[in-house]
Design a protein around this ligand. Sequence first.
Ligand code: NAD
Ligand code: DAU
Length: 359
Amino acid sequence: MSAATLFVTGGAGFIGSALVRLLIADSDWRIVNIDKLTYAGNLESLKALTGTHRHIFSHTDICDRSALDKLFAEYRPAGVIHLAAESHVDRSIHGPADFIDTNIVGTYTLLEAARAYWSGMTPESRSGFRFHHVSTDEVFGSLDADGLFAETSPYRPNSPYSASKAASDHLVRAWQHTYGLPTLVTNCSNNYGPYHFPEKLIPLVILNALAGKPLPIYGKGDNVRDWLYVDDHARALRLVFERGMPGETYNIGGHNEKTNLEVVEALCALLDELRPRADGRLYREQISFVADRPGHDRRYAIDAAKIQRELGWTPRESFETGLRKTVAWYLANHGWIEHVVSGEYRNWMQQNYTDRNAA
Ligand code: NAD
Ligand code: DAU
């Protein structure tokens, strides 16, 4: 008897690849990884799984309804964990169109394909089916010095990215309320860790520091984010998918509030220890305060009490242990970084995976 099948969208991205690696290593699920391979998709992050029969890659756009229908008919999944998205706030400010297409229209298209498939299942399979939508704490807007985002916080998205994610959360809620599709939504804080695309603060600072380039900090560096190690997020996603209550939403966060300046200074101190500059100077001398992000949210902080209380999840990594692991990973994985910086990672599928849609 073959393993039950789970669809993971965006499984070639930063968090999706961590989830796929976890599920292949630590569960019996057969994973169909549905990913368009935008600039953020990198199959080299799944290199360790090459040849693993429980991981099937499908080069598919979630806006393509007929391709999704074919995948549902062929693989008959027991559920979907939906991570595919445009994820970078700065890109959404410069060009929101892809965010509207993938995050809103793509989520709508995936919901409709899932609903059509789910409607045709046997009553027993229907009740076990789950559509898990992976979202962000940014839908709740910005906090002042006090307070935490709870599952009941009002939606107040401020950037094109967060507005598109908020729209997708609302679509998922409506598909549950109106059609009865068994959905789950998780809203998580800032992730960091291995295989993170170097447009986001932490990997950007590590790579720029090593290259002797300026370390750009927006504004005064006093905006606050709540950081979570990516493998802790992946464990939480698995738990919510397998044990969460349909119709519920769960906040996920690391209880690691830091100003951006604190984050960059911590990275500089780790690099001073692990890979000191050849000229004997300190990495913090490369810090450069630059123009602020338009509409920059002041502070995010998550109340993760519900997922802890109801599902027993807590993060394993503190910010200190997680950041040390992250810096050590970037120092040890020069090949992955080189291929990302040179763009060579985009050829990886042609070289190493059979694209099932290419024939
Ligand atoms: P990422 O940008 O690293 O990866 C996104 C993946 O989605 C890529 O592999 C990309 O190729 C794929 N993709 C994009 N458009 C697609 C489309 N139209 N069809 C199919 N695949 C497509 O993103 P990430 O940081 O791993 O985030 C994953 C999810 O988690 C997103 O939904 C994001 O909103 C959410 N999230 C991220 C964070 C974070 O800190 N990174 C925190 C909370 C929630
Ligand atoms: O909170 C969850 C969100 O976290 C996710 O939904 C997003 O997908 C993810 O990208 C992340 O969004 P942020 O905008 O918080 O992450 P980013 O790494 O882009 O920026 C973190 C903070 O650092 C933010 O306050 C902006 C600041 N920053 C960022 C960059 C890239 C800088 O000061 N300099 C930089 O060069």
